[in-house]
Ligand binder design. Structure first.
Ligand code: RB5
Length: 144
């Protein structure tokens, strides 16, 4: 985790709830990352845009986010409607790494149904350990 990031916000809908709980227990807590869970609080059906919006409102230059829904698609569409958000739906370590390097992504979106635990943790490690490359990529990100 890079120095300027002081907090990670995490949110999901009902479909992403089991993966959210796993990430909290076995990734954020274990790594002593300062985080805030913004819900949902169970597998009872809820609407993903509400949770994506709630998380996006919290993100600034010192924070990053993890959003989860069934496919990861709904939360990523929702999150990318916010001007300050660069949300990336990632399905492998390469996309998690490259979106940090090239897009300065500040929210990772994950598929909660189904998921492979080992792969998720490898993706999160890659995402939170990779810095933005700046240079030509800064110019491009500024055009978004
Ligand atoms: C909920 O059933 C599902 O539609 C939602 O989690 C998400 O996959 C939407 O994109």
């Amino acid at each position: 985790m890079f120095k300027k990031i002081k907090k990670v916000f995490i949110a999901s809908d009902h479909a992403g709830y089991p993966l959210k709980q796993l990430i909290i227990k076995e990734f954020l807590s274990k790594k002593s990352i300062n985080f805030q869970d913004l819900g949902a609080n169970s597998e009872k059906s809820v609407d993903y845009p509400k949770f994506a919006k709630k998380l996006c409102k919290k993100i600034n230059v010192t924070s990053m986010g993890i959003l989860i829904c069934g496919t990861g698609i709904g939360v990523s569409i929702s999150a990318n409607r916010h001007k300050h958000i660069r949300a990336s739906l990632c399905h492998n370590v390469n996309s998690a790494k490259m979106t940090r390097k090239h897009n300065d992504s500040n929210v990772i979106c994950l598929q909660g149904r189904p998921f492979v635990k080992k792969k998720i943790f490898a993706m999160l490690n890659a995402y939170f350990d990779t810095e933005f490359e700046e240079g030509r990529h800064k110019r491009r990100v500024e055009q978004l």
